[in-house]
Design a protein around this ligand. Structure first.
Ligand code: GTP
Ligand code: ADP
Ligand code: MG
Length: 170
């Protein structure tokens, strides 16, 4: 009797994309972690890594190497090291671009209601969440924040109901 559907080995291997999402120190302090995780879960993306960390200044300046020379960077450093962050890796088709849309523009004051920043923030320096902005950036950031053995490759039981099986053949 097949209670759980096809055996794992016969499930199609699908092209995957990953992104780094972080709940910033304000999100942790404001008890928004659960609500933020919930949004990615309900979209159907798959969580493959998660941990709480205190970011070091070195890690942060690598992570934000594109803004490290900007005049406001000291504010970003103070903000991002002010308490623990929750870092996560999410998997799914087009997850990088979709996550950016879910997160909304950098400044919460410009973000639409319904986005994470639009619902939970209104100041650029307290914008609750980070999301990688490109697939290359995501790979770089995941490598910075996670060891390989902290990411798990697992089969989710709903994948046939969130991804059409023929996706890779189109
Ligand atoms: N205080 C302050 N912080 C800023 C300013 N501009 C950007 N930041 C912060 O620096 C972060 C990085 O900026 P960007 O990478 O350009 O914005 P982003 O890609 O929307 O944000 P991340 O997802 O955190 O990378 C922002 O999310 C803000 O928290 C600014 O003018 N003042
Ligand atoms: N003008 C700004 N003033 C204060 N903080 C900023 C500003 N621009 C960016 N930041 C902070 O730096 C982070 C990284 O910036 P950036 O990567 O450009 O935006 P995003 O977070 O939307 O990808 C932002 O999320 C925000 O926390
Ligand atoms: Mg950014």
């Amino acid at each position: 009797m097949l209670l759980f559907g096809s055996p794992v080995s016969t499930l199609p291997v699908r092209a995957t994309e990953h992104t780094l999402i972080a709940v910033k120190p304000d999100g942790v302090q404001r008890r928004l972690v659960g609500q933020i995780i919930h949004r990615f879960e309900q979209r159907g993306f798959k969580l493959v890594g998660l941990k709480m960390m205190q970011a070091s200044e070195d890690l942060l300046s690598e992570h934000y190497r594109e803004i490290v020379k900007k005049p406001f960077y000291p504010l970003v450093r103070a903000y991002m090291t002010a308490g623990p962050v929750i870092v996560m890796v999410w998997e799914g088709s087009n997850v990088v671009q979709s996550s950016r849309k879910m997160v909304g523009p950098t400044n919460g004051a410009e973000a639409q209601a319904g986005t994470i920043r639009g619902d939970f923030s209104f100041h650029v320096g307290r914008n609750v969440v980070h999301a990688s902005d490109s697939t290359e950036g995501a790979q770089r950031e995941i490598g910075l924040w996670f060891q390989e053995n902290e990411l798990l490759n697992w089969e989710s039981c709903d994948q046939d109901w969130t991804i059409e099986a023929n996706e890779d053949k189109q």
